[in-house]
Design a protein around this ligand. Sequence first.
Ligand code: ZN
Length: 149
Amino acid sequence: MNLFTFDDMKKIKRETLGNLVPLELFRSVRLIGMYQGLPMKGKNTTITVGREIGKSMPVQSIEDVLTLFEELKIGIPKIIEKTDNKMHIAIEDCFCEGLPVNEGNMVCDLEGAILEGALSKIYDGKISIREVKCNVNGDENCEYIINFS
Ligand SMILES: [Zn+2]
């Protein structure tokens, strides 16, 4: 039994400040704390953290996963290409949009791992996700390629 579930996260009772925190706080945790602050740009941590979050999500279909990703305001996922064993997704309005470009850096790995964890609940086989583009790298979008095998 988990101490916290995704549903628990929605139980919010903050009278004055409400249910939102500013994007700069999320970015600070992600980029200053994790990407910059952890060894290897937080690689192992982000994979574990992202997958755990994804697996906690109440989703039943790929559509559920994409809708939730947008509801959480991580970004707006658009499917570019989908076959039986591959899905190519672009993220519009990603949380990283607007940050200074730093070529050679792709920073949205945790968000990809959330997708992977959530998709693993509705697909029995093996899933692997690869971040292939990122605004911070100077690309026009953040993009992931997901392989189902
Ligand atoms: Zn991004």
